[in-house]
Design a protein around this ligand. Sequence first.
Ligand code: RUB
Length: 313
Amino acid sequence: MKQLEETAGKIRSMEIRGAGRIARAAAAELRDYATRLGVDDISLFNEKMKHAAGILARTRPTAVSLPNAVRSVMRYKGDSIEEARADIVKLANKFISNSENAVKRIGEIGARRVRDGDTIMTHCNSSAAFSIMAEAHSQGKNISVIATESRPRLQGHLTVKQLDGFGIKTSLIVDSAVRYFMKDVDLVVVGADAVTANGSVINKIGTSQLALAASEARTNFIVAAETYKFSPTSILGELVEIEERDSGEVVSTVKHAEFPGVKVRNPAFDVTPREYVDLICTEVGAIPPEMAYIIIKDFLGWGIEEMNSAVRE
Ligand code: RUB
């Protein structure tokens, strides 16, 4: 339990962050937990696995990749502990390798939308969005990237470090400079924490602001999202919960003491309506947001029963 709690803690504190990485870490932890689990009764084993899955799934509420990853491992079957354990290892490893391949494939598909000489704007730190920019650069396209800081956690610093390390011309801007620079931008590329059945995209707070500025400037807005970021339960009307994090991330306790009557709000994500999204690049193809339902139906393999039970959980 100690290692499981440690992994859960790392996801909560954002030492492990980004929807794809969170999902892979949870799948790996379930696999390792099952391997370590020293019980000799299958019902107890199943009970403990369920408990562990619950702890991991509840670490962060917004990234749909997390419950999707947990569920794909928890579909394991087995009449004995050995069988169950072997199936968990197989399913977790399959999820992890599919996820890594998906990010690579999104890069190849998305890079086709990038032209030589393009200036790309990005927000936060997304492996899938980075994969598109890195692939376009590797193909010899002369791109430059404008990346936002992404306050309050400054994931933009990770992005610019990665881009610069890859040899891509990169500028860093404050979040409020997005509209100011949009006139210089040919394409916006961002990642996603969740995509709903109606094609709305949930990503780092401020993403919808980029989308609005891009729409005003007639600039294409592309989302890079693996299929496991799509939310099956959104078909049943479930809303994706927007995580609100501690106010200390926005303003220190000492500073806050200077205006104690002020409530400091810190939503970590926002919703970009599908009208602002030109294309969602998944590993199975680049789709218009209107096709989100098809991805959920055809590629995630959830039956209506499974969706109903996920909503009840
Ligand atoms: C990260 C974030 C990323 C998406 C996609 O938020 O919003 O854009 O998770 O990332 P946080 P990826 O830092 O709060 O986890 O493409 O790597 O899955």
